[in-house]
Design a protein around this ligand. Structure first.
Ligand code: SAH
Length: 395
């Protein structure tokens, strides 16, 4: 087992306070991600390896490349959970694989279903750390909301996850593993070509996906692969609080839909409620959005705007929002604040939300109010949290 860092160090505290740059714009600290070899079984995880990596692995066993392709198909198209069932592979090859590799998913340690059909899993990973994943069915669609980190560094004041400090980044395998487990649970293997229950993936769960970019990118590429999970880039949305330097890369390399957690129209307020703004203020963030590859009026950038009673929900705020988003291929999602234990905010009253959205719509902006889902099981936006804490180093 790799040793864990002791509690949050000064550098991370400075980052949390929004006064320092992260050491890297991608992974916060390689020590935060566990090895992909299960310490108990010494089996290497195959889930999370990209196509090239899987081919290299199989070539290392002296097997031809087409075997790797067959294996990929079994893992990501058929959803095989054991090598045994991979009947197109020879018995000896299957035995070789079983002796070296694992197809383990995270373990669902809690599985809750809301009165509105939203389903939330608490997922436990090999080292015991936990994160949440939410499936939100909506008519003939279903969005799976996945987590990118255990905990979060951003400390947005309205977000429950923000009360849990960052424990570690999730690996690519753990991010894809959330999709695999959800698919296992709804019985969606082999990958259906139509009438899917999980049609969309949203990176809007715990953590900031652009602060764990490398792992997120690898996971997204696996989910996109046509001979596998096969979810198109138009059906994957990454939500960020605004890690400006990574936005361009995300657009160029992944081409997924972008959602920005804007939430305020002045730097003064945004500095307070989304502390990352002190590093990447609104003007820089919007400039990155204007340059986002692939954004167009047919493919708009979503701006999420939380409705906090008396904080950011006045007519003046609405008018300023219209001005800020002028010329951008934008759509606005108003998110009624979802409460959590100890939260300092209240949700704006429905009449206020109506008045706010009318100002946006009358100005020609595409805007909707997001219906809160799964509040009864604490599965709505900003209500996810796990009990995981950073382990102390043993002396
Ligand atoms: N870190 C990423 C993704 C996680 S949060 C981001 O900031 O975008 C997903 C969305 O839920 C964000 O828009 C976030 O601001 C919003 N959110 C957080 N807490 C909330 C709450 N209590 N009520 C409603 N939305 C919330």
């Amino acid at each position: 087992m790799p040793q864990r860092k002791a509690e949050t160090g000064p550098a991370e505290k400075a980052l949390i306070a929004g006064v320092a740059k992260p050491r890297s714009h991608t992974n916060l600290d390689p020590m935060d991600s566990p090895a992909t070899i299960d310490a108990a079984t010494e089996l290497k995880a195959l889930i999370g390896l990209g196509r090239d990596e899987l081919e290299a692995e199989i070539a290392g066993l002296g097997e031809p490349a087409f075997r790797a392709r067959q294996l990929w198909h079994w893992i990501y198209h058929r959803g095989a959970r054991s090598f045994e069932e991979m009947t197109t592979l020879s018995k000896s090859f299957r035995a070789k694989l079983a002796g070296r590799y694992s197809l383990a998913r995270p373990e669902a340690t809690r599985d809750l279903i809301s009165t509105d059909g939203t389903r939330k899993w608490l997922m436990r990973f090999a080292d015991g750390q936990e994160a949440e994943t939410v499936l939100i069915p909506e008519g003939d669609r279903g969005a799976l909301c996945i987590s990118a980190q255990v905990g979060c560094t951003l400390n947005c004041t309205f977000c429950y996850t923000g009360t849990q400090s960052l424990v570690r980044n999730l690996t690519a395998g753990e991010i894809v593993g959330q999709i695999m487990l959800a698919r296992d649970a709804v019985g969606e293997w082999p990958s259906p070509t139509h009438e899917r229950q999980i049609t969309n993936i949203v990176l809007m769960g715990m953590g900031e996906p652009l602060l764990n970019y490398d792992n997120v990118a690898r996971a997204v590429k696996i989910a996109l692969d046509g001979d596998g999970i096969a979810i198109s880039r138009r059906r994957i949305t990454l939500s960020t609080a605004g890690v400006v330097p990574m936005i361009k890369r995300c657009g160029a390399e992944l081409g997924v839909n972008l959602a920005i957690s804007l939430h305020a129209v002045t730097d003064e307020l945004r500095d307070k409620i989304v502390p990352l703004n002190r590093k990447y203020p609104i003007a820089e963030l919007l400039a990155a959005c204007r340059a986002y590859p692939g954004a167009s009026s047919a493919r708009r950038i979503t701006f999420e705007y939380i409705m906090l009673d008396g904080v950011n929900d006045s007519d003046t705020d609405a008018k300023a929002l219209v001005k800020l988003l002028e010329g951008l291929p934008a759509k606005v999602n108003l998110i009624p604040f979802n409460p959590w234990p100890g939260a300092l905010y209240a949700c704006s009253p429905p009449e206020r939300i109506d008045a706010f959205i009318k100002i946006l719509q009358n100005a020609g902006l595409v805007a909707i109010t997001r219906t809160p889902r799964g509040r009864d099981i604490m599965a709505a936006c900003g209500q996810l949290r796990s009990e995981s804490i950073k382990q102390r180093r043993f002396k």
